[in-house]
Design a protein around this ligand. Sequence first.
Ligand SMILES: Cc1cc2nc3c(=O)[nH]c(=O)nc-3n(C[C@H](O)[C@H](O)[C@H](O)COP(=O)(O)OP(=O)(O)OC[C@H]3O[C@@H](n4cnc5c(N)ncnc54)[C@H](O)[C@@H]3O)c2cc1C
Length: 367
Amino acid sequence: MVPHPPRAGCGFFAVPLAPKEKFPILEMRPGGRNSPLTIGVFTLLVSFVYMPSTQTVESLLPGVQRDVPLRDYATFRIGGSASYFFVATTKDQIRQAFLVSRQMSLPLLVLSGGSNMLISDNGFSGLVVLMKTADYTLQSAALSAEAGVSMDTLVQKTTEKGFAGLEWAGGLPGSVGGAVRGNAGAFGAEIKDSIAAVEFLDEKGNVRVLQKEQCEFSYRSSIFKTNGWIVLSAQFSLREGDKEQLCEEAASHIQYRKDHHPLEYPNAGSVFKNVDLKKLPKEFHERVRDHVKTDPFPVVPAAYLISEAGLKSRRIGEAQISEKHPNYIINLGGASVRDVLELIAVVKKEIWEKYHVVLEEEITILE
Ligand SMILES: Cc1cc2nc3c(=O)[nH]c(=O)nc-3n(C[C@H](O)[C@H](O)[C@H](O)COP(=O)(O)OP(=O)(O)OC[C@H]3O[C@@H](n4cnc5c(N)ncnc54)[C@H](O)[C@@H]3O)c2cc1C
């Protein structure tokens, strides 16, 4: 249970105010007299404002649930419970949850598809907001989608209407918000390629919009990730294309993933980012030459390094490095967060010893 500090006031936006600001209608004049009515009103106000708060997260955020297991919302199927869990179906509800978390001094975690997260077995002592905003509009080549819309839906709807820009994301799990925050990418493309603007909630609870050039997109990152801002919706600028070709391309990516990724087991996608070739010591360049990919710049696939280090199928507890795709860790059944973290540590250590390069995690780890 997270302790709640006592709060003054009872309004939704109540913030502690200086005493003078609380009672702008009452001036206690030195040496002057106040009528019994004035004193009565004053007493009432003081007791009202300083009354021990009866506010609870439940009273401020109707629909919030207690002690909800997060493993059900993460593709790794690992993780303890959230103290508070709220399903937001509108942008207003997302903002409301944000303000309540501030008001009650609760850490906040935004969860979309849960396809890029490793959640602690201890769960999350705070408020988890599950993004279920599901509105989108496609008008000609302009697509607008709320953060909770699944990428799967967008790929299907845009390709079948003959608009190009998201077909590369065929089979990409998760929702718009997670993809924009992490600038998700695959098959030589990234979500930033078709973004026009992003609407988000800043750290003060203001709703703002940034144009693409202001979003500081980079390899698996964005200004939303670095600043901890909440993506509310995104505008995409698509192009007209050949419907059949686009559908075929999306379907071929889905098939590729089935054939090459261990989708039979719970996982969270690639555990590590691919390695910037510039960061790999020169002495290894010749050895990795045939495996360098330019996606989105010259990188050595982490999967290749892990495989070359002989780590395929390495297992700790119920967590295992996939044989099929060695940058994936799979949950064989009852893997604990500790199993996965130990395996990550082993991989990082062995890759450092073999290649003198530090592997960086791509997944979000919530310990
Ligand atoms: C089988 C598999 C294959 C994958 N393949 C790829 C791939 O090819 N390319 C790729 O880039 N990724 C891939 N991933 C990883 C994952 O699918 C992407 O990173 C995806 O974009 C995450 O979206 P999500 O909605 O699931 O985010 P979540 O996992 O729910 O969240 C990820 C992070 O984003 C934050 N977040 C979520 N929503 C928001 C929001 N609205 N605003 C701000 N922050 C938010 C969360 O707090 C968390 O820190 C794969 C994952 C799996 C399981």
